[in-house]
Write a protein of this length. Sequence first.
Length: 159
Amino acid sequence: MRVLDEFHGTIGGLVSRFDATVGFIEGDGVQLFFNDPIEVPDAALRAVRLGCALREAMIGLTALWRKRGYDLDFGAGITLGYATCFAGRSDYAAIGAVTNLASRLADEATAGQILISQRLYAEVEDDVEVEPAGEFTLKGFQRPVPAFNVVAVREAAAA
């Protein structure tokens, strides 16, 4: 529970810092949205910047957790698109191909990877450094899906 509390505390700070909306938190999984229900400028880039900030924060946390005997790591999937959003409930939710793709990319991400979709990369390519991660055969998608691993957000964008 202490590990989850530290993880959720880190996520919570980043959610506020980057104006994200929490879709759900289940154990060590979290789904975040940008630009809904509140519009934010540069939503795609904010998502990538949050992912990079989380990767940096996780370096210290995973080292601490390993000292305690927990061999845990971090990976993320980020994409861009439209989803069906449900408000007016006791929680906030989004469904659709875009949320499925982000989840599947997160499942494929290895230690420290932030995998982004081709569509998201096209939106932020001037502001990020990436390396091709290859094509993934993902459940629910008819064709292999190309993805890119975010290496860094360029300094001009981060300023």
